[in-house]
Ligand binder design. Structure first.
Ligand code: HDE
Length: 696
C-alpha cells in the first residue's frame, strides 16, 4: 500500500456530469471547464441549492419542476434487491481458453484456444440484505456472465460444490427458514437461529451441505481465495450431436484461505465491507485475481457406475473418481464504472447457455431455469432487461420481440414476425442456432423423488473424514456455536441425531459442546451409509498456498520506532509478494528513530489486527510504554495471537506482548529474523489454537 494518498484511477475516471449511452460510449453534456448541470430534459439549472418559493420565507411552489423532477427521481432510486444473494461484489474480466474441448462441444468459448472472452463476475453472500456485512458464515455465490461470440453464457454457481436441497420446489422454504425470522426481523445474514436449523433438521438431504457450511469454506479471508463450482451437471454437445456430462470448477491462483470464526465476527465490526474493499484494492493495485477453469467430463455409462446420482445436487463427484482437467483461466481486471448500473443490474440466468452447452435433468437446475428469468422481471421491471448495457450480448442479436417497458431499440420496417416473405434481411432461424441434446425420456409421470437420491449421509461423512484435525474441530465448534443459538432443545437434539450417521465422533463432540445429557438415537436413514474413501481435495487447509502473494502485513509503529527495522520488514515482505499497511496512533504519521516522518495507513482504533494476515509490532521502549495502557493495542496483539497469526516483535513490541499476557510460541518471532517471520506469515499457527480457545 502506498503511504501517500494519491488520486486513484477510479477518481480520475469518475465524472458525475457524463452519461453512458446504451452502447457504453460516453456523452459529454457540455464542453468547457465545467459541464452544465441540467434537468433530464437537458434544461440548464441555474440554482441547485434553493427551491422556488413564493417569497424568501414563503411556501415552496408546485411550479418548481426542477425540484419535483429531482426528488421524484430520487424517490425511485432503488429497485428490489435480490431475494437471495443481495450482497455482492462485481468485477469485469476475461476468460482465456488454454485447452480445446472440440471433441466434446461446438461452443466456441470452449474450443478456440487463446481467444479472450470478456466477462462479468459477481461474488455474493446468500442470506443477508444488500447492506449486510461481507463476512458472515455463508455460502458465496460465484456467478459469471461470459459475453461470448455466440451469445451470453451465464455460469451461476457457488463456492461450494453441492447444495442444500434436491428439488427446486423446496427452495422458497429453505430461503424463508434462513432469512430473518418474519415476526421479529432478525437475525440478519445468519444461519444461527431456530427457523434455519428447524428446517435443516427436518431435511436429511441437507446434511452434506451442512458439513460444508459449518467448515471454514464459508468464512473466506478474501474473495480472491475461494473456489467456484457450477454445482449441477451440464451437458456438452459436439459436432456430431453426441453429448458428454460436465461439471465446472474454478480454482483460485492464490489458493484457499479462510478466517478463524472469532476473526470473521470481529472483521464484521471493523470493516463491514472487508471483502469488497480487499477485492477493490487488489484490482486498483493491478494485482488481478485469477482462477483456473477446470472441467470434470464423464459419459452416461460412467455415471451409471457412480455410487451416487450425479443429477442430485447434494452430491459431488470426487476428484479421485473423475479428475479435473484444467482448460482455461479467468482474470478479473476492471472494477465497474458504476455499482448500480453493473453490479446491481446484472441479471444472471442459468438458462443463458450457448450452442454446444446444454442442461442435465438435475431437478434443482430445472427449477432454476425458470426462476432467474422470472425474478429479473420483477427486479429490473421489464422484459427488456437484456438491453441494459451490463446484460446486453456483445455479439449481434436480433429477433422479432418488440415493445414493452423501457424499450431502448427502434426496430425499423414493417415485418416483426418469422417466417415472412416481405423482408429479405429480417432475422431467421438457422441450423447454426441452439440445439438441445437428443435424449430419450420415458417413465411414469409423478411427484416423486428418484430412489437414487436417497443416500443423504455418505458424502457428508466423506467430507468430514477428509478434513485435517484442525478443520474437524472447526466444524464441530461451528455446529456447537450455531446450535447454541437455537432456543428449542428438540431442534438441537434432532441435529445431533443426524450427525450420528455422519460421524459418531462428531456427534459426541457436538453433544458435549451443547451439554446434552443423553445421546439421541439416529433417525432412520433412507439408504445405507456407504464408506467412501477420504478425499483431501475437500480440505481448505490442504489447499492453502505457502505464499505471501495476496496477503496483507500490518506494521504497528509509533513515534520513536526503529526506521531501519520497519523498512527492512517492509522491503522483504513486499519482495515476497505481500502488501503492507502501517498502523499508528495518529493518522498524521509517526516520527521514526531517524527523524523521518513515516506515513500511517490506518489509525490504531480503526485498524485492528483482524484485517491483516500477520503483524509486526515495532516500537521504542518509550513508545511501548505510552501504548501499554491502550486497550486497542492489547487487543491488536491478543487478536493477532488468537487468530493464529505470525507476530514479529522488536524489544518494544515484546514489552507489549508480555503486557498482553501472551506466552510466545514459534509464531512470535524476533523482528530481526525476517525470513522466519515471512515463513510463518505464509500460513496460520494452527497448533496454537488449543492454547487460545476450547474447540469442540
Ligand atoms: Fe439461485 N437464485 N436459486 N442458486 N443464485 C438467485 O436470482 C434459485 C441455487 C445463485 O450474483 C435469484 O437474480 C432457485 C443454486 C447465485 O446476481 C433467484 C434455486 C445455486 C445467485 C434464485 C436456486 C445458486 C442466485 C435471486 C433452487 C448454485 C446470485 C436474484 C432451484 C449453483 C446471482 C436473482 C447474482 C440468485 C433462485 C438455487 C446460485 C431467486 C429457485 C443451487 C450465485 O432467481
Amino acid at each position: 500500500m502506498s503511504n501517500e494518498k494519491s488520486v486513484s484511477n477510479k477518481d480520475k475516471a469518475s465524472s458525475s456530469n457524463t452519461h453512458l449511452g446504451n452502447g457504453g460510449e460516453v456523452h459529454q453534456l457540455a464542453s468547457g471547464d465545467h459541464s452544465l448541470l441540467t434537468t433530464n430534459q437537458g434544461v440548464g439549472i441555474s440554482d441547485n441549492q434553493n427551491s422556488l418559493k413564493a417569497n424568501p420565507r414563503g411556501p415552496t411552489l408546485l411550479e418548481d419542476f426542477i425540484l419535483r423532477e429531482k426528488i421524484t427521481h430520487f424517490d425511485h432510486e432503488r429497485i428490489p434487491e435480490r431475494i437471495v444473494h443481495a450482497r455482492g461484489t462485481g468485477v469485469h474480466g476475461y476468460f482465456e481458453l488454454t485447452t480445446s474441448l472440440q471433441k466434446y462441444t461446438t461452443a466456441k468459448i470452449l474450443t478456440e484456444v487463446g481467444t479472450k472472452t470478456p466477462l462479468f463476475t459477481r461474488i455474493s453472500t446468500v442470506a443477508g440484505g444488500s447492506g449486510s456485512v461481507d463476512t458472515p458464515r455463508d455460502v458465496r455465490g460465484f456467478a459469471i456472465k461470459f459475453f461470448t461470440q455466440e451469445g451470453n453464457w451465464d455460469l451461476v454457481g457457488n463456492n461450494i460444490p453441492v447444495f442444500f436441497i434436491q428439488d427446486a420446489i423446496k427452495f422458497p422454504d429453505l430461503v424463508h427458514a434462513v432469512k430473518m425470522e418474519p415476526d421479529r426481523g432478525f437475525p440478519q445474514s445468519a444461519t444461527a437461529h431456530d427457523t434455519f436449523w428447524d428446517f435443516i433438521s427436518l431435511t436429511p438431504e441437507s446434511m452434506h451441505m451442512v458439513m460444508w457450511i459449518m467448515s471454514d469454506r464459508t468464512i473466506p479471508r478474501s474473495l480472491r481465495m475461494i473456489e467456484g463450482f457450477g454445482v449441477h451437471s451440464f451437458r456438452l454437445i459436439n459436432e456430431s450431436g453426441d453429448s458428454t456430462f460436465v461439471k465446472f470448477h474454478w480454482r483460485p491462483k492464490l489458493g484457499l484461505q479462510s478466517t478463524i470464526w472469532d476473526e470473521a465476527v470481529k472483521i464484521a465490526g471493523a470493516d463491514p465491507d472487508f471483502l469488497r474493499r480487499e477485492m477493490f484494492e487488489a484490482i486498483e493495485a493491478g494485482d488481478f485475481p485469477e482462477w483456473e477453469f477446470a472441467v470434470q467430463l464423464f459419459t452416461q455409462e460412467e455415471a451409471d457406475k457412480f455410487p451416487f446420482d450425479h443429477l442430485d445436487a447434494t452430491k459431488l463427484i470426487p476428484e479421485e473418481l473423475v479428475p479435473l482437467k484444467v482448460i482455461g483461466r479467468m482474470v478479473l481486471d476492471r472494477w465497474p464504472n458504476n455499482f448500480f448500473a453493473e453490479t446491481e443490474q446484472v441479471a444472471f440466468c442459468p438458462s443463458h447457455v450457448v450452442p454446444g452447452i446444454d442442461f442435465s435433468n438435475d431437478p434443482l437446475l430445472q427449477g432454476r431455469l425458470f426462476s432467474y428469468l422470472d425474478t429479473q422481471l420483477s427486479r429490473l421491471g421489464s422484459a427488456n432487461f437484456h438491453q441494459i448495457p451490463i446484460n446486453a450480448p456483445k455479439c449481434p442479436f436480433a429477433n422479432h420481440q418488440r415493445d414493452g417497458h423501457m424499450q431502448m431499440d427502434q426496430p425499423t420496417g414493417r415485418v416483426a414476425y418469422e417466417p415472412n416473405s416481405l423482408s429479405t434481411d429480417s432475422p431467421r432461424e438457422s441450423p447454426k442456432g441452439f440445439h438441445s441434446a437428443v435424449v430419450n425420456e420415458s417413465g411414469d409421470k409423478g411427484r416423486v423423488r428418484a430412489e437414487s437420491f436417497a443416500d443423504h449421509y455418505s458424502q457428508a461423512r466423506q467430507f468430514f473424514i477428509s478434513q485435517t484435525s484442525y478443520e474437524q474441530a472447526h466444524i464441530a465448534s461451528a455446529l456447537v456455536f450455531e446450535l447454541s443459538k437455537v432456543e428449542h432443545l428438540h431442534i438441537r437434539v434432532a441435529m445431533v441425531a443426524h450427525l450420528l450417521h455422519i460421524s459418531e465422533d462428531l456427534a459426541n463432540r457436538v453433544a458435549k459442546g451443547l451439554g446434552l445429557d443423553k445421546m439421541p438415537n439416529a433417525p432412520k436413514a433412507a439408504a445405507k451409509v456407504q464408506e467412501m474413501p477420504a478425499s483431501p481435495a475437500l480440505q481448505t487447509i490442504g489447499k492453502m498456498k505457502n505464499t505471501l502473494q495476496g496477503r496483507l502485513i500490518g506494521i504497528l509503529v509509533a513515534d520513536g520506532s526503529d526506521a531501519t527495522v520497519i523498512n527492512s520488514i517492509k522491503k522483504a515482505v513486499i519482495k515476497a509478494g505481500a502488501s503492507v499497511k502501517v498502523v499508528g496512533p495518529k493518522i498524521g504519521g509517526a516520527k521514526l528513530s531517524d527523524g523521518s516522518i513515516h506515513a500511517v495507513d490506518g489509525q490504531l482504533a480503526g485498524t485492528p489486527s483482524v484485517i491483516f494476515d500477520a503483524v509486526a509490532i515495532i516500537l521504542s521502549n518509550e513508545g511501548a510504554k505510552t501504548l501499554s495502557t491502550e486497550s486497542a493495542v492489547i487487543d491488536f496483539i491478543r487478536d493477532a495471537f488468537g487468530h493464529l497469526k505470525a507476530i514479529a516483535v522488536d524489544n518494544g513490541g515484546e514489552v507489549l506482548v508480555n503486557k498482553a499476557n501472551i506466552t510466545a510460541d514459534k509464531g512470535v518471532i524476533n523482528a530481526s529474523d525476517i525470513e522466519a517471520f515471512i515463513s510463518a506469515a505464509k500460513t496460520r499457527q494452527f497448533d496454537r489454537e488449543k492454547s487460545v480457545r476450547t474447540l469442540a
